[in-house]
Design a protein around this ligand. Structure first.
Ligand SMILES: *[C@@H]1O[C@H](CO)[C@@H](O)[C@H](O)[C@H]1NC(C)=O
Ligand SMILES: *[C@@H]1O[C@H](CO)[C@@H](O)[C@H](O)[C@H]1NC(C)=O
Length: 407
């Protein structure tokens, strides 16, 4: 205990000798500076002069990128520095190297978040101090959670990149009174104890001042974000593509099995479930739709077509064998045989030509063997390959466009 006290005393005494500033000196200096000070007057001797306010944005955390509500939530602080000509003193005669003032006691620029979602709010807080150097340089570090608007373009979801602006404005003063600029020697957007977000990464950052023809003084910090797509690939895209492959199996199941319809409907319902999951993740936006949504709707249309075709096909399958097979259905059978490159296909044609030229034999001979069951299986065959073709085309188009989104 004694040892502890001794250490404390020692520390205090060394401190005293190094700093060499008594509390009275410090208090007197603060009092003198504050005597005629008004925190309502811009801190320049000549009121026609401009106060140059330098700003930078230091990001601590990317909390949320809310696509549904179109906003970006960040935890960050601004580093704001300006020169207060009324808070200057001589470092050597007074021995004071730094003074601290509460935010409400000195003049501060009325900077607010311009593209905020919530109400206009004063930056900073009551409780902490602003450091002032002998040349009048005031450093203010207001730390806040900023909720800013961000137009989120979900066309390439989940391979999308977003550009979000965070704009600060000096609300009351014109550019000639308060000129907000960026630091020249340090980065405009910096990181402080930054925690990686699990869904969004930061690709690059940028900053700019307001245009010269713009009367208000603003600074805009830009974050280029990219979504990490792994979760969505695993949980949305892969299942949907696999489901699309499964939906083709409707045409593999034989009509006799009696499961065709229920299978087709089940696949359709699964697509509906995925569509509702995706629509929960995406904003209500009629101007831009996500490619993934379009792809899902396409797959659902295929599933609907499958149901319709299967229903009619089952009806054909169970038609009475005595009924004559119409030319349209014969056409389908012929297409099937051509696709399969069954020998009979070419034989058929030559036979038919032969018959037609001679005009002596009826061409019936070849079609006699076509029954309703053949029509049904021909429909299966033709539909399977057609849908597979369209499915592959659609998936390829999706992949190609998504790739565009990445680059
Ligand atoms: C404050 O202002 C008064 C009147 O303008 C002046 O007489 C006085 O010297 C000033 N005090 C300081 C510390 O500047
Ligand atoms: C504001 O400051 C910038 C950089 O210091 C300067 O280029 C610009 O002309 C200033 N604008 C006004 C209106 O003074």
């Amino acid at each position: 205990m004694k040892m502890f006290l001794f250490v404390i005393v020692l520390t205090f005494s060394t401190f005293g000798t190094v700093c060499g500033v008594s509390t009275t000196d410090y208090k007197n200096l603060q009092k003198t500076l504050m005597t005629n000070y008004s925190n309502k007057v811009r801190p320049v001797q000549d009121q026609d002069d401009t106060v140059y306010v330098m700003t930078s944005f230091i990001l601590a955390d990317l909390n949320d990128v809310d696509a549904v509500q179109q906003r970006l939530v960040t935890t960050a602080y601004l580093r704001i520095v300006w020169i207060d000509e009324f808070l200057q003193w001589d470092k050597y005669t007074t021995g004071v190297e730094r003074l601290y003032f509460k935010q409400k006691d000195i003049w501060i620029p009325d900077i607010v978040l311009k593209n905020g979602v919530n109400k206009f709010e004063e930056l900073g807080g009551e409780f902490y101090y602003l450091a002032v150097s002998p040349n009048g340089e005031v450093e203010w570090l207001p730390y806040l959670v900023f909720e800013s608007k961000c137009d989120i373009d979900i066309t390439y979801f989940p391979f999308d990149t977003q550009v979000c602006d965070i704009t600060f404005i000096s609300w009351s003063f014109t550019k000639l009174e308060v000129n907000m600029t960026l630091f020249e020697d340090s980065p405009s957007v910096d990181f402080y104890d930054f925690v990686e977000n699990s869904v969004w990464g930061i690709k690059s950052t940028g900053a700019r001042r307001s245009q010269s023809d713009f009367a208000d003084s603003t600074v805009t910090f830009t974050l280029h974000l990219h979504r990490k797509p792994l979760y969505y690939v695993m949980n949305l895209i892969l299942p949907v593509v696999l489901l699309g492959a499964i939906s083709l199996l409707v045409f593999v199941i034989p009509a006799d099995a009696g499961e065709k319809m229920s299978f087709a409907v089940t696949v359709f319902l699964s697509f509906a479930v995925f569509l509702s999951i995706i629509s929960m993740q995406l904003p209500v936006n009629s101007e831009k739709t996500s490619l993934l949504g379009v792809y899902l709707v396409f797959q659902m249309s295929i599933a609907v077509a499958t149901i319709i075709v299967s229903a009619f096909q089952l009806r054909l399958h169970h038609r009475c064998e005595e009924r004559k097979v119409g030319t349209f259905y014969r056409g389908i059978v012929r297409i099937e045989r051509c696709l399969r490159c069954v020998k009979s296909c070419s034989d058929n044609n030559s036979n038919k030509k032969y018959d037609w030229r001679n005009d002596s034999y009826e061409p019936k001979v070849d079609y006699d063997d076509v029954g309703w069951k053949d029509v049904s299986s021909a429909v299966d065959f033709v539909c399977f390959w057609t849908m597979l073709f369209f499915g592959i085309i659609a998936t390829t188009v999706l992949v190609v466009y998504m790739n565009n989104g990445i680059s």
